[in-house]
Write a protein that binds this ligand. Sequence first.
Ligand code: ADP
Ligand code: GLC
Length: 500
Amino acid sequence: MSNQNSSPLKILYAASEAQPLIKTGGLADVAGSLPGALKHFGHDIRVVLPAYPQAVERAIPIKQVASLKIAGSTHPVRILEGTLDGKVPLYLVDAPDFFNRPGNPYVDTHGNDWGDNPERFALFCRTIVSIALNHADLHWQPDIVHCNDWQTGLVAPLLAMEWNRPATVFTIHNLAYQGVYNHTTFERLRLPGSFWSVEGLEFHSNFSFIKGGIAFSDWVTTVSPTYAKEILTAEYGYGFEGLLQHRKERLSGILNGIDYAVWDPASDSALPQAYDANTFSLKRLNKVALQRELGLPEDENTFLLGHIGRLVEQKGVDMILDIIPGLVNQKNVQLVMLGTGDAQLEQRLRNAAAKHPERVAAYIGYDENLAHRIEAGCDCFIMPSRFEPCGLNQLYSLRYGAVPVVNQTGGLADTVIDASSKNLLNGIATGFSFDEPSADALWRCMERTFELRNRPSIWWEKLATTGMKQDFSWDASAEHYIDVYHMAMDNPAINPLKTA
Ligand code: ADP
Ligand code: GLC
């Protein structure tokens, strides 16, 4: 199905983070780049985000365009208008009591969830609803409201109460984060009483924001075809498998794209040395520069492994830590790790680096430019995620010729073609994959990387450059979203509270 010829749609795209304004993970990459791709197809898309201080600072020029009374806020909520990266119109929801604070969108400077997160994101949702119904003095009513993750989960249920609502699409980026709170919180938010029911937001005696998005939206999407199937099972569904099965006719898996204007080693200003698939050998200069930057012995012949990510159980960093004794036993292997998150994992990483200073470098923190240089400097990128809705780092790794080593789950299974003998001979292999999230399986897979590395270099170069030539740009996926928008508009879902 293709809608290239269909008339332009008006789309309100709502998320709690978007690059280059504010980012904690892949949601920001997607919310920062998919809207631009949709605009490129001629659609009138506008992004709405909370007015965090970093976002206000980076969205300039910015001006106030509306001031609204929203339930839950004692002060008027201002709507600021700016642009996302100079390209896509942007609305920032300015409620200083809720959003003008240090830390990141979800946690304080000590890493603890903000205690009033339900109030903060309920206010965000109510403001989105007001814009969606053209009640916000913006003289614009979208055809589609596209919401992302639990922070926007109340939008679809609130809109379902309205007769003149736009169509709603909800994208699950990660089902493990559900925005679950208790009954007292539910009452404090003054949500309609009918929402407290099994057909509504109630979830095992609590209530859940994400359930609102899943149960009430006209269409639900997630970020890879494999994850769309996985979440129908108890293993990956986190308690939502039944509801998702019930809605599976309205569930699509659309693979994330990436923005090659930001992630391309041929034009990346964060790199000491530009290169592409035709000048692959220049990549080694980035390796030596990275070794220097991170205090490792410099040697372009080292087999340099890397990992970047949030230090949480999902990402399987513990498995990488578990194989370090084996890695340091290999001749000329080094490992660089960039991440922040769980305090215990951070400490284990620091300990590993202190124990093997010539072999392991750990940078605990968040550094966007360093992330680019790690992709450019590494031979292999290790991503043993226990589950991975899509994953962007393996896509960046492919483009940077940092051969991905992945557990075969979610988007990792959809994007990396294993270097089996057959795939290598057919010239289609792009990485290494294993099929069980364990340190043993990861290690056996690493042994295959060592084996290929020891063959004449043409083998490795073919594998890496085949990955570099893959196209994971947004074009194809943006067209899928347009199809989904039409399906949502043409088939409004029945409000589940009315069928109860
Ligand atoms: P997730 O969204 O689950 O965190 P993704 O692979 O989709 O996983 O996206 C992660 C994004 O966050 C990538 O752009 C990655 O480079 C970035 N990232 C994660 N941790 C860090 C860090 N410590 N420093 C810099 N970038 C990071
Ligand atoms: C989530 C997922 C990740 C995905 C990202 C963007 O945080 O963990 O797999 O790539 O969202 O969709």
